[in-house]
Design a protein around this ligand. Sequence first.
Ligand code: SF4
Length: 339
Amino acid sequence: MKDPGIYCLLLRLPKGRRIRVAGRERDFAAGYYLYVGSAMNGLEARIRRHLSAEKKQHWHIDSLTRHAAIRRVFRYSTHSRSMECRLASRLAKRSHTTGIPGFGSSDCRCRTHLFHFQAKPDFNPFDLLRRTNAERVARILSDLYSGPRVCKSREPFRSLITCVISLRTKDEVTDPAGKRLFRLARTPAQMAALPPSRIAKTIYPAGFYREKARTIKNIAGILVANHGGRVPDNLDDLVALPGVGRKTANLVLGRAFSKPAICVDTHVHRISNRLGWVATDIPEETETALRHVLPEEHWIAINGLMVRHGQATCHPTSPKCSECAIAGDCLRDGVGRSR
Ligand code: SF4
């Protein structure tokens, strides 16, 4: 199959008019129309055909495109024809939307794939689909895996320090190292009083243990000096701490303070792109894009779920797509070799 996918045409009809559709005169109100179609044998060719000045009469929608200007085309690459109907049903549920009967595709049971809007719709229709898809994937992964992987403590200081230890370190090393360290010092003041060499010896064999020991002592000192011995509960103050980036800060905000935050690490970045939720180059872009796609109720949990899925199934190279529980919802963008 050549570039299969679904598409949405945004049409504008400047004045209401009677239009003949399938041999019957019908009234169309002025305004905007969204039409959802699929092209499993060539998305770009189908779109070119809709945009062509030569107006052939082949599908019902051709009757409307003879009179209404195509203002915008939205594309969504997929092998799944059912996505077309899923998007149509999402559009049908939106407020200020009127379905125009008789424009479903020949092999589906939808009432219609054409919708009228009085005012220009200000959303990307495929974000509706991505949100539905993201919601379903998050629920499937929640059933498969539960709880976060690292930084299990909800106590802010412990959560923050465990995250620092966990960077480029396996869970089997991070968890015992954190426990040993917190047996020595439980508060920022106690931690700041420890010599870096003692911290380093305690968290060994965590990766970069000497560097992390200095960072941990510095963080503890800053918390005592500037934050009354407490971990700040906002992103700006957290990322101002040494060794704390957006990934760690978001994990602490979600985990310890229950604030809506998306922690994007390498697994979240990779899997979100493969799923087709986002098309981004760096984790910071992924975090921003995910805010539009992923319902807020899943922001905190998604990191733990995708980390586990990335470790178990969706490996960086050769993911196990044949046994993946979310394969039906995945576009597999950028996946070369798979098992
Ligand atoms: S189908 Fe493949 S690429 Fe998609 S999430 Fe599953 S393992 Fe990853």
